[in-house]
Design a protein around this ligand. Structure first.
Ligand code: SAM
Length: 168
């Protein structure tokens, strides 16, 4: 039994360390700030909302409550399992396990949200612009706390910044 507990503890520590090394550590968006997201961009049933690094799925559930189809990508195995459980009653939520950098956004994405470290912004900006150019449809991008240095935001609401990506 003690062996099992030691192995389990080791697995948890290694998987948390893996996510912290390869991505941003987990800090959830608080309820008040979730409300800022829906204020800065009024979601509706025609939206396909993506959370890059979806954590426990709190933002996905708020988007789904507004009628949007919500799609999450989560690198942390524990968070992915927990978010699948917490979102189990929402038919309009899909959560993929794995690194977002290796995935394509849904072609009909209308809004992307992220709460990632600012150092990832230039890479994310390139990925979003490439998607928009390929599909020829604009995307709104909401970022928590970190601005995109090379762009001017369209709106701010609390710690949220809203940008628009258009085909170039
Ligand atoms: C600051 S938390 C935000 C969680 C959630 N979006 C929220 O607002 O409550 C960042 C999340 O991104 C995840 N993450 C980091 N890098 C990732 C990557 N490359 N692909 C998918 N998820 C990633 C982390 O595991 C963590 O859950």
């Amino acid at each position: 039994m003690l062996d099992f507990i030691i192995y389990l503890f080791g697995f948890i520590v290694v998987s948390i360390g893996f996510v912290t090394f390869f991505g941003a550590p987990y800090v959830p968006t608080l309820k008040k700030q979730v409300a800022d997201i829906t204020k800065i961009y009024p979601l509706n049933e025609f939206d396909v909302f993506v959370d890059v690094g979806s954590g426990d799925g709190i933002v996905l559930r708020a988007a789904a409550d507004k009628g949007a189809h919500a799609v999450g990508y989560e690198l942390g195995p524990w968070l992915w399992v927990i978010s699948k459980y917490l979102c189990r009653k929402y038919p309009n939520i899909t959560i993929y396990f794995g690194s977002f950098w290796r995935k394509d956004l849904p072609p009909n994405t209308t809004v992307v949200y992220t709460f990632l470290n600012g150092k990832y912004m230039p890479k994310l900006e390139r990925k979003l612009q490439a998607h928009v150019d390929e599909h020829g449809k604009k995307i709104s991008f909401i970022t928590y706390g970190f601005q995109i240095e090379s762009r001017v935001e369209k709106k701010t609401q609390g710690p949220m910044y809203l940008y628009e990506f258009k085909p170039e």
